[in-house]
Design a protein around this ligand. Structure first.
Ligand code: AMP
Length: 500
């Protein structure tokens, strides 16, 4: 029987690439060849085994982004472990929940958190806690350095877990999505083909690696193709602009693109060697797409995916990349919506996860009888098969019995030259159930609220027109650039309460 551990695919590509650069930090201080990745992954896998990690064991990782973190990721996979990355922003009580739920064999944390993590680990009877910092120093790397650089890759089936990624949990309790080697292999191979990633590519990597986008989409495709990673421990726009003329490919969230556009020194010349800019994780404004093309000549390729499914759709490599749409279903992925108008997007394919960790009932609820995962995103599919996202089911506003899709109103608001960004939410309203409210940022002095509302009344059916338009300095976003509507709903919960 052959070994379905995804690391076997990486290994073949790493061996062929040999001494070519795998990762070089953008500041020029660190460089690893593909050969170094192979021996580093083996050393980390041996260290993990020495710490008691066996195939199927979870390894919880809450550390700053670093090149050593990549070796750890590869080492966990090679050892057959289940990689459980956590956002560094999670607090101790949040981490307490994740550890209690995942029951890892090993926790890797920042050296500064060693003591508090040790206490949490004791409470959950977890024996091993080691550390690693952003420079790659810590008890784990010290241990790995002592290990043999040969290691037999653990035998895994396609259906065995490679990752346990907790959903961002903007509502309710965060759930652990069980991601298999088969899920990762199919999605990465499809994207390499679709986006034509080769060993001639140099990929700008400034995304966090505790999330599918930076971890699976970026790293796995680069590794399969033996491309070169230009590494940023965090987004640094001036350094990104400096590194870009030597790069060919970038994957980013929409805020990367708006921040690049805000920099005057970012020009077509900066992007002269670039082959492809990819955006995802949150909606890219059509306006950003157009401004970017006007500035650089590049049409950003927008794609859509989620933790539970990996990537689902992509705009085409050849052919029109239409602003405001997320393109077509990936070749091996089936996407459908049931209604005629906007409806919930359902997806089936080898990319779709195995279920929620220890939540069989929740898992069952989120799948249809014929095996489609119910994404919770609301979308439309046109006659050609092009998909657009209209919003999240939970963000749908029902006002006076009418359905309002926030995106439609946001698009109208975003078209005002004075408005930077907008988020439309429903707030409890004594007469209408929910009242439509827009929260906007200004890029130039805005007309008074009443005038704005009057303007919208000419463009939208009466029930869709926001009852209030609130101006803020900045919309609340999470680490992946997603606007946190739950937070906005909380902040403005009492807007329509009668004051008697
Ligand atoms: P996550 O599981 O954190 O990756 O979040 C997945 C969610 O992000 C999806 O269900 C969508 O709501 C949203 N999302 C991802 N990509 C896009 C996109 N290109 N346009 C709009 N929403 C997106």
């Amino acid at each position: 029987m052959s070994n379905h551990n995804l690391f076997c695919d990486f290994e073949a590509s790493f061996r062929a690439a040999g001494d070519r650069t795998a990762i070089a930090s953008a500041d020029g201080n660190q460089r690893l060849s593909y050969h170094d990745l192979l021996s580093g992954a083996a050393r980390y896998a041996n260290a993990l085994a020495a710490l008691g990690v066996q195939p199927g064991d979870r390894v919880t990782v809450q550390i700053e982004k670093s090149i050593a973190n990549v070796l750890l990721y590869l080492g966990v996979m090679k050892a057959g472990g289940v990689y459980q990355p956590l956002n560094t922003a999670y607090t101790e009580s949040e981490v307490d929940y994740f550890i209690g739920d995942a029951e890892p064999k090993l926790i890797v944390c920042d050296p500064a958190r060693q003591q508090s993590m040790r206490k949490l680990a004791d409470r959950h009877k977890i024996f091993a806690v080691v550390n690693l910092d952003a420079r790659g120093e810590g008890s784990l790397s010290a241990m790995a350095a002592q290990m043999d650089d040969r290691h037999d890759t653990a035998d895994c089936g396609s259906d065995d877990l490679a990752g346990l990624l907790y959903t961002s949990g903007t509502t309710g309790r965060s759930k652990g999505a069980m991601i298999t080697h088969g899920n990762l292999r199919s999605n990465a191979a499809t994207l390499v083909r679709l986006w034509r990633i080769t060993n001639a590519d140099r990929l700008l990597h400034a995304l966090p690696i505790f999330h599918v986008h930076g971890l699976y989409v970026a790293l796995n495709t680069a590794f399969l193709a033996a491309a070169e990673l230009v590494w940023f421990n965090q987004l640094d726009v001036p350094v990104l602009i400096k590194a870009m003329p030597q790069a060919t490919l970038m994957m980013g969230v929409p805020t990367f693109y708006t921040r690049l556009l805000a920099a005057r020194e970012f020009t077509a010349e900066t992007a002269r060697n670039m082959r492809l800019f990819i955006s995802g994780s949150a909606p890219l404004l059509a306006e950003t797409h157009r401004d970017f093309e006007a500035r650089t000549g590049h049409a950003i390729l927008e794609r859509y995916g989620m933790t539970e499914t990996g990537m689902i759709t992509s705009n085409p490599y050849d052919g029109a990349r239409v602003p405001g749409t997320v393109g077509f279903a990936l070749p091996d992925v089936s996407v459908r919506i049931r209604g005629n108008g906007p409806d919930v997007i359902e997806v089936r394919g080898p990319n779709v996860f195995k279920g929620y960790w220890r939540m069989p009932d929740k898992t069952k609820e989120e799948f249809t009888d014929d095996g489609y995962f119910i994404t919770g995103d609301i979308g439309t599919i046109d006659a050609e098969g092009r998909i657009s996202i209209v919003g999240r089911a939970k963000d749908l506003i029902i006002t006076g019995g009418f359905n309002v899709y926030p995106k439609e109103i946001e698009d109208v608001l975003d078209a005002f030259p004075e408005i930077g960004e907008s988020a439309v939410i429903g707030i409890p309203h004594p007469d209408f159930g929910e009242g439509v409210v827009a929260v906007v940022t200004a890029r130039a002095p805005l007309p008074p609220e009443r005038e704005l509302i009057a303007c919208l009344s000419e463009k939208l059916a009466k029930f869709k027109v926001p009852k209030r338009i609130i101006t803020v300095d900045e919309l609340p976003r999470n680490a992946m650039g997603k606007v946190q509507k739950a937070e906005l709903r909380k902040r403005h919960a009492n807007l329509f309460q009668k004051s008697d």
